[in-house]
Design a protein around this ligand. Structure first.
Ligand code: AMP
Ligand code: ZN
Length: 117
């Protein structure tokens, strides 16, 4: 069912505590943990505890939780004392999505290029 934990989902396993993660923040609806393969001095993933494949599906089904993810992005940036940061939601294989559970990449602590690669 939509939003329910998926047996084969890595991030559902992190939410359930079945796989360890370097958790930096947790709320009733979200978990934030450091990316295992960091692309910047701060590289944190903020995920909803509910399972949706991407940001758009989360926003359509649970807009309040989508807002919670964005609020947590700012909280992560505040904790790492970032004035500037980038939020990325890779959506689809062509954009580099590899985990099919909504996640915001919070990247900061170095200069950022535009356009992105
Ligand atoms: P994406 O490619 O946008 O789907 O992002 C998935 C991200 O999850 C990548 O940046 C991976 O480095 C990261 N990742 C994969 N496995 C883990 C893990 N066990 N703990 C933390 N981050 C992970
Ligand atoms: Zn999941």
């Amino acid at each position: 069912m939509a939003g329910e934990p998926q047996e084969d989902c890595l991030f559902c396993k992190i939410v359930e505590g079945h796989i360890p993660a370097d958790v930096v923040r947790e709320t009733e609806t979200t978990v934030a943990f450091r990316d295992i393969n960091p692309q910047a001095p701060t590289h944190v993933l903020v995920i909803p505890k509910v399972h949706y494949a991407n940001a758009a599906e989360l926003a359509a089904a649970e807009p309040q939780i989508a807002a919670d993810v964005l609020r947590e992005a700012q909280a992560v940036a505040d904790e790492d004392k970032l004035d500037s940061y980038r939020i990325v939601f890779n959506t689809g294989t062509g954009a580099g999505q590899t985990v099919w559970h909504t996640h915001a990449h919070i990247l900061g602590g170095r200069g950022m290029q535009w356009p992105p690669g």
